[in-house]
Design a binder for this molecule. Structure first.
Ligand code: PMT
Length: 401
């Protein structure tokens, strides 16, 4: 999460979901952000300002008639201090005021004064949310560049069922981080592969490898955070699908081949971080093999090479990035793969390097480019590696135009 050191001005307005803003405050602070909370008078009917004071470590600012401090200065200084301005939950009332520039309390005046990106998380009764007036107001705000986090659907406090619930904290955090992140992959479609493949020997046994999926999932997560339309083709992993990512689950290398090749034509960028099994058992038994049936010399046949196929069918403007995991002769093997498989970039990592490879949260990589140049960033988190990959791919796109 990239919220450390950021100042989040969190405005809580008066709805039953106001209590959920307490968890948001806590999680923002745990992520390293400074949180300054503003509440409307009606929000204080649902949750006490003291809750936010305790969680944020700052005085909660309530309304323009609080004369215990210099509110005129306070609201302008908060408007200026904000790296991001969040209204969660946002009632139909504050949405209407924001759309029409009405400034009659602390939240609305500070909102009008800020130049920070604004995130609005509507939460209200379904009828109020679906009302054309509210929808028109949200449309106005979207057109003005506000970031709207769509409400979730479900059972509402009023007893109705429908759209209008404040989304869960991870979704709110994702929306806030996205508002702080340049959307430089916005119009691009990105396909990422991740995790291991499993090649069945019988219904209970398979050949596989140690890939956890962390590298590929980090790439998919950063691509989505930077605005791309992301498809993640994933082997079996224990990881949660990153927010904003479409995930396609596969098991074997041949499943991955079908899932990737059928989608490849529509992609701008394809990144193959999966550890694909090169071989599979020549035969898969329908029933569990008995110990006595198991031939210790298992016959293997080759799996299709997905990256090589993508290199053959790459269309103009499409960028192909492969990975290479080696235990020896890393750069020689990687540059050979880059050339043979017609990649634009190849990310080489070695199981011999500390903090690199399978299961780690970090990676030590060398990026090899089709023009023969190389770059070795320092050991960094897999998310940061993902960002470096996209920065370089974008630079290549720009220099090609
Ligand atoms: O998942 P983690 O635990 O985070 O670990 C990350 C990782 C080590 C799996 C990742 O960083 C990595 O190196 N992935 C590629 C591993 C690999 O299979 O390397 P390879 O050298 O065997 O394959 C080269 C490239 O060809 C890879 O892009 C691979 O996806 C692709 N390939 C390989 C075989 C095959 N049949 N089809 C392929 O497309």
């Amino acid at each position: 999460m990239h919220l450390a050191g950021k100042t989040v001005v969190l405005c809580v307005t008066g709805g039953i979901a106001a209590y959920k803003a307490a968890d948001l405050t806590s999680k923002l602070r745990q992520a390293g952000a400074t949180v300054r909370v503003l509440m409307t008078e009606s929000a204080t009917q649902f949750i006490s300002p003291i809750t936010f004071e305790t969680l944020s470590g700052y005085r909660t600012v309530v309304d323009t008639f609080d004369r215990n401090f210099a509110w005129e200065v306070e609201h302008i200084s908060l408007a200026k201090a904000a790296d991001v301005f969040v209204i969660a939950p946002a009632t139909a009332n504050i949405i209407a005021k924001a759309a029409h520039g009405i400034a009659d309390d602390m939240v609305s005046t500070t909102l009008l004064a800020t130049k920070a990106p604004v995130v609005i998380a509507p939460a209200m009764n379904t009828g109020m949310y679906d009302n054309p007036v509210t929808q028109q107001n949200l449309q106005t705000l979207r057109a003005r560049g506000f970031h709207i986090i769509d409400p979730a659907a479900g059972h509402l406090a009023c007893g109705d069922t429908g759209r209008g619930k404040l989304p869960d904290t991870p979704t709110l955090l994702h929306g806030i981080e996205q508002a702080l992140t340049p959307q430089d992959l916005k119009s691009l479609r990105v396909l990422v592969t991740a995790g291991p493949t499993q090649e069945a020997l019988d219904p209970v046994r398979f050949l596989s490898n140690h890939s956890s999926g962390k590298m590929g999932y980090a790439i998919a997560a950063r691509a989505a955070m930077r605005g791309a339309q992301v498809t993640l083709v994933s082997g079996p992993t224990a990881l949660a699908t990153p927010l904003g990512v479409e995930r396609v689950d596969i098991v074997s290398a041949r499943d991955m081949y079908d899932a990737v090749v059928s989608r490849a034509g529509a992609q701008d960028i394809i990144i193959k971080a999966a550890a694909v099994g090169d071989y599979r058992p020549a035969q898969t038994a329908d029933e569990k093999l008995k110990k006595s049936d198991l031939d210790l010399n298992i016959a293997l046949v080759r799996n299709p090479d997905i990256l090589a196929e993508l290199g053959r069918t790459k269309h103009p403007g499409q960028q192909l990035c492969g990975f290479a995991m080696e235990t020896q002769n890393l750069l020689e093997n990687a540059s050979d793969k880059l050339r043979r498989k017609n990649c634009d970039m190849l990310v080489a990592n070695s199981l011999r390097d500390k903090g690199a490879g399978f299961g780690t949260d970090t990676n030590a990589v060398t990026l090899l480019f089709a023009d023969g140049t190389r770059e070795t960033p320092p050991l960094m988190s897999k998310e940061d590696v993902a960002d470096v990959i996209f920065d370089r791919l974008l630079a290549m796109r720009e220099s090609a135009t």
